[in-house]
Design a protein around this ligand. Structure first.
Ligand code: GDP
Ligand code: IMO
Ligand code: MG
Length: 428
């Protein structure tokens, strides 16, 4: 039995989907434990591209169970669309493969509207998927959970009480149109009918799986620097993205977790607003964006690009307890003459080797760089570590020294096979 948690070590989009897909081969269950359809996890399988927002990235394997855990905020409309598309493409033929926690909270249309309208004021650069407002309701204890849909009267009561508040807020404060009760009520009862077969007590199912010695892969969304507590607040998402939340977000005890695998991109990207010390607003950043296809998988927004920042990844290593790292998108750096790594920040004449909490300090941080020679050659076909050019190996070694963790998986292309596995976290 092994439980492996996969988390992003930067600002999301590190390539978690690809790594989850790769490791699902050795797993029995793949579990999403936080976030919602703000996530966009891409898998490329023999040239065919899949983007998952809610369905765990293990779904392409027949027979592997995929769980949407209690910590997720679930938009039924997005999920139904994803299910439909997958089925049309000839995947996900067995409905037993997917399970949705009864305790997951629902995203309702007013969450999305509030999210988008509030962006005019707060300018976080959210995905507009209603994530923040849905988690707010969960914490305020007025959220509507998946299980509530099963009791029509309870659902009616909760929706009525919520709509009263939300419509007042929408109309009076945000100057938006209100929602009609009947529209949402009927739509969501229809969603219940369509999704009913997937709704389960997933915590108990996971406990049973643990008891039977199954292998479980926890699929984190977003990244550590987007964590509500440990990220660049307020420019973060509304959930804890760190490995510790795999337990709360799925109902699995911390004592069951064996390995935390951090996913790090060989450079850095960020979508939305907020500090990003190594950002390159020049042709070098543009080259990364073009070579790496750095456009949001959920919103299509161009991702901001910059050099690898060892300070933030080191922060992620410590917060999550990561000892093993999957380093992705190494091939994107193939054509760079020189490659830089940020090893610390210069702030008001002082040098800082850890991330600050103060947003103003974050924003004035100037990166201190080490410069390395590029390898100037194609590495996509590399199958083993020794196939990599010397300068690529040097780059990896230097990153390992700086972040104090071992690079155990090296991704050199978007396909499942374009990966060098030095150590499999499931021990296979
Ligand atoms: P996630 O949110 O962490 O799952 O990452 P995204 O799917 O949002 O973004 C990662 C992008 O990089 C996707 O388009 C992947 O197909 C792609 N990708 C992943 N690993 C590699 C790699 O090693 N090389 C290249 N060139 N692309 C990769
Ligand atoms: P994956 O799982 C990158 C960012 C948004 C915004 C901030 C808050 O694909 O790595 P939200 O809609 O969550 O309230 O937006 O978080 N963000 C992501 N950035 N990858 C993601 O997910 C993200 N999910 C949210 O761009 O800056
Ligand atoms: Mg993504």
């Amino acid at each position: 039995m092994a439980c492996v948690v996969i988390v992003g070590t930067q600002w999301g989009d590190e390539g978690k989907g690809k790594i989850v897909d790769l490791l699902t081969r050795n797993a029995d269950f793949v579990v999403r434990f936080q976030g919602g359809s703000n996530a966009g996890h891409t898998i490329v399988l023999r040239g065919e591209k899949f983007i998952f927002h809610l369905i765990p990235s293990g779904i392409l394997y027949r027979g592997k169970k995929c769980i949407i855990g209690n910590g997720v905020v679930l938009d039924p409309e997005v999920l139904l669309e994803e299910i439909k598309e997958l089925k049309e493409r000839g995947y996900f033929k067995d409905d037993q493969q997917l399970m949705i926690s009864e305790e997951a909270h629902l995203i309702l249309p007013y969450h999305r509207k509030i999210d988008v309208a509030r962006e005019r004021i707060f300018k976080i650069g959210t995905t507009g998927r209603g994530i923040g407002p849905a988690y707010e309701d969960k914490v305020a204890r007025c959220g509507i959970r998946v299980i509530d849909l099963m009791d029509e009267e309870l659902f009616r009561e909760k929706l009525e009480a919520n709509l009263l508040q939300k419509n007042t807020y929408l109309v009076e404060v945000l100057k938006e149109e209100p929602f009609r009760f009947s529209e949402i009520f009927e739509t969501y009862l229809r969603f219940r009918d369509l999704l009913g077969k997937y709704i389960k007590d997933t915590t108990r199912i996971l406990h049973e799986a643990l008891h039977q010695g199954k292998h479980i892969l926890f699929e984190g969304a977003q990244g550590t620097l987007l964590d509500l507590d440990h990220g660049t607040y307020p420019y973060v998402t509304a959930s804890n993205t760190v490995a510790g939340n795999a337990c709360a977000g799925a109902g699995v005890p911390p004592t069951e977790i064996d390995t935390i695998l951090g996913v790090a991109k060989a450079y850095t990207t960020r979508v939305g607003e907020g500090p990003f010390p190594t950002e390159l607003r020049d042709e070098v950043g543009e080259k990364m964006r073009q070579r790496g296809g750095e456009y949001g998988a959920t919103t299509g927004r161009p991702r901001r690009c910059g050099w690898f920042d060892a300070v933030i990844v080191n922060h992620a290593i410590r917060i999550n307890g990561i000892r093993e790292v999957a380093l992705t998108k190494m091939d994107v750096l193939n054509e760079f003459e020189k490659i830089k790594i940020c090893v610390g920040y210069q702030i008001d004449g002082k040098v800082l080797y850890h991330v600050p909490s103060n947003l103003r300090i974050w924003q004035s941080a100037k990166p201190i760089y080490e410069e390395m020679e590029g390898w100037k050659g194609e590495i996509r076909g590399a199958k083993q570590y020794r196939d990599l050019p010397l300068n690529a190996r040097r780059y990896i070694k230097r990153i390992e020294e700086l972040i104090q963790a071992r690079v155990t998986i090296i991704s050199v292309g978007s396909e499942r096979e374009e990966t060098i596995i030095l150590k499999n976290p499931f021990g296979k």
